[in-house]
Design a binder for this molecule. Sequence first.
Ligand code: PLP
Length: 498
Amino acid sequence: MTARTHTDRPATGATLWTTHLDRDAAVPVSRQLAAALRRSIAEGGICPGAKLPSTRSLAAGLGLARSTVVGVFEQLAAEGFVLARPGSGYYVPIPLAQNQSSAAVNGAAPTSPRLISRAARRLAAFDPPRRGEPRPFEPGYAEIDGRFMTNWKRMASRALSSRSPTQWCYGDPQGEPALRSAIADYLGAARGVRCRPEQIVVTAGTQQGLSLAARVLLDPGDAAWVEDPCYRAAVDILGMAEARIVPIPVDAHGLAVTAVRVGDMPSPRIVYTTPSRQYPLGMAMPLARRAELLGWAESAGAWIVEDDYESEFQHPARMLPSLQGLDRSGRVIYLGTFSKLLFPSLRLGYAVLPEDLVGPFVAARHLDDRQSSALIQTILTDFMLGGHFARHLKRMRALYAERQQFLTERITRRLGGLLKIRPSESGMYLIAWLPEKWSDRSAAAALAAAGVSAVPLSSLVLETPRPPGLVLGYTGHSEAAMVRAVESTADVLNNWSD
Ligand SMILES: Cc1ncc(COP(=O)(O)O)c(C=O)c1O
């Protein structure tokens, strides 16, 4: 069984609140507190998986300045004794022996603690979702229609009948040249991305693109500015690279870096943003803000990681071109994914890079897992070159817009007094806003018990509070399944007392 760490189990109160600190000793109180914490964690006085008290309350309880406690927690996080979860707090990691030890593999109990790295202790905080059948309104699923299946099967069967060695042997870690060329043509036409195929690295999806970017661009302790609220997987991967996560608020025009007062925040090595459809709030960053962001990044010497995850489903007349296409100083790392454009189990995406980053990205990719499957890349290349990809996107754009309208109408009819949906660009999800004082986490937990999946907006917030809301995906779920789910949602929320 995989242990969960994000319980709200309190750290054993007595161990922390009664820590004896000698103010007259030569050793500073911060070092005394750090030593006491290390001892408690190592001896099991504070349980693995426990959440530590907030820095504010511990500082008040021990009569210390809050900055002293923050400094101690950060020191312990750097040493791997505790895990910092931005927006959530500090946790004691679950040792591998308890989490996924040989016990899980052999069925035998571990006899002695096992030595693991700092990275493994941080990894122990993750409990990756093991998704099965999609439940409405789980976001991130794609629609697979009959026409797609027919064409994909034809391309697959053609690739499988070929004896070309490039499909069956090791290939180019940067990605098959024909696929990179097809991606460059597509991105130029559809997203205004300015690149040559030589600037593209085929990835195993955005997640790997982020991981490569973190490895190539960050040293431990470097500041990474991220949108608040934010795509959680991006924060996690940057945290794994030991970046200092700095949440930057989002306003009606998206990421607002220039609103941050110079000197208030550590200057960033990278900035992560979703300018064409802010995840999860959904707004697009207007051109003036894009120009401002690029100008600011150039003067700050920061890289911008642009996650362009589902812009293609917006109405073509309103679709803004990518930030990368406006970049004149080679600051933007553009990430895209076929998870949204086709289907997530394909595990293919792309990073479009300034020329000087291509070499390090390709080397990191090669060291990681060599390459994406050449066979699958061939199928995708033929699918794109045969015109099926463009036609599939056109069909999905229309279908997803219909699905959004369908769900909006259904919710408004059955739950209009409770859930508010503001008009937004089409994509793959929407936000349903709850009454102001409600807890979206509690509402999502009650809905989960009724078989309905909704992501509470507060779980994507790092620092700046937002009104309660539920992120609902409307793609990859049939209309009939959505109707049933809206009925269940109405049953749960109409009888709700938060
Ligand atoms: C904001 C955002 N970026 C990227 C992705 C896609 O990630 P991947 O390509 O690794 O499947 C998702 C998927 O849910 C997402 O929500």
